[in-house]
Design a protein around this ligand. Structure first.
Ligand SMILES: O=C(CO)COP(=O)(O)O
Length: 254
């Protein structure tokens, strides 16, 4: 067994209402307390309600995004202090939907991560290539550029607060999951990059989640890969299937 604790995140994205949050709370409470760390990220408007609902359980609530500035005149944004005030410890940063739809750059994503980490939060930092980039043989180039922006703003000690989420854009919400071989290959090169650019200790300790069309049927094969430490789940995290994904990962990582 790896020394890295498996970790599964559920990214609800821009879905759900308060009635859903209420019924899904009961589903989430059935997640077994095993060797897997679990966080779920509802929309900003549902954060406090879900955090209150899950208080005292082993399921952590995380945010999907945060701004990189201190509190101030930033209409429409949330700052790190607000997330902490909500009792949150983890925030997803740099999801491909933010990068590609909202136009967030590598540098902006890195600044968000740095500020969250400087105030003690853990960051699930998303990276990943498009199909066009993969077909052009640029998988490492794209992922390493996204990671390099993060490396540039962190000290070595900060990496203990980083989870990397490798989410190939072509696999997100498409039903086209990366094969275990494809995912393992990229996870291994990310770990090698960490070893070369940060340190061997950080490479060994940093958890790398796979994200993109993960479901109850494909998670066991992915979870058996040595460099896949867990998943960031989108669509399936809105369903009872999410419980099964956590259970299965716990079993394959025993
Ligand atoms: O983007 C994702 C998680 O952040 C993955 O989404 P899907 O699991 O719906 O493909």
């Amino acid at each position: 067994m790896s020394a890295r604790r498996p970790v599964v995140g559920g990214n609800f994205k821009c879905n759900g209402d308060f009635a859903f949050i209420k019924t899904h709370t009961e589903v989430l409470k059935t997640i077994p307390k095993n060797n897997v760390e679990v966080y779920v990220a509802p929309s900003a408007i549902h954060l406090k309600t879900l955090a209150d609902n899950l208080k005292g359980t082993h399921i952590e609530v995380a945010a999907q995004n945060v701004y990189y500035e201190k509190p101030g005149a930033w209409t429409g944004e949330l700052n790190v202090e607000m997330l902490l005030d909500c009792g949150l410890k983890t925030v997803i940063i740099g999801h491909s939907e933010r990068r590609r739809i909202m136009g967030e750059t590598n540098e902006q994503s890195a600044k968000k991560a740095a500020r969250a980490i400087s105030l003690g939060m853990t960051v699930a930092f998303c990276i990943g290539e498009t199909l066009e980039e993969r077909n052009a043989g640029k998988v490492d180039e794209v992922n390493f550029a996204q990671l390099e922006a993060l490396r540039a703003v962190l000290k070595e000690a900060d990496w203990k607060n980083v989870i990397i989420a490798y989410e190939p854009v072509w696999s997100i919400g498409t039903g086209v999951v990366a094969s275990p071989e494809q995912a393992q290959e990229v996870h291994a090169s990310i770990r090698k990059w960490l070893g070369e650019k940060v340190s061997k200790a950080v490479a060994d300790a940093t958890r790398i989640q796979y994200g993109g069309s993960v479901n109850a049927a494909n998670c066991a094969a992915l979870g058996k890969c040595p460099d896949i430490d867990g998943f960031l789940v989108g669509g399936a995290s809105l369903k009872p299937e999410f419980v099964q994904i956590v259970t299965t990962l716990g079993d394959v990582k025993k």
